[in-house]
Design a binder for this molecule. Structure first.
Ligand SMILES: [Zn+2]
Ligand SMILES: [Zn+2]
Ligand SMILES: [Zn+2]
Length: 70
């Protein structure tokens, strides 16, 4: 698969970067992806678009509860 970035020889990824805004991290659908930097990806989606019950949200809420308790 060739795109404008392939033609230009720019380091990039053809996978979809799934961003977890509440978890503060991102992951790529391409197993061969070496860097989850957003600038390398033309396709970026929010994890909630993919899975409304993504675990990253639950984890953060747990941390908030714990910090308030202590
Ligand atoms: Zn390309
Ligand atoms: Zn998530
Ligand atoms: Zn990637």
């Amino acid at each position: 698969m060739d795109c404008a970035s392939c033609t230009a020889g720019i380091d990039h990824c053809h996978g979809t970067l799934v961003v977890h805004p509440d978890g503060g991290f991102a992951e790529c659908t391409d197993d061969g992806c070496t860097d989850d930097d957003r600038v390398r990806h033309a396709l970026i989606i929010d994890c909630h678009t993919l899975d409304a019950a993504c675990g990253c949200v639950v984890e953060q809420h747990t941390e908030i509860v714990l910090s308030q308790a202590s």
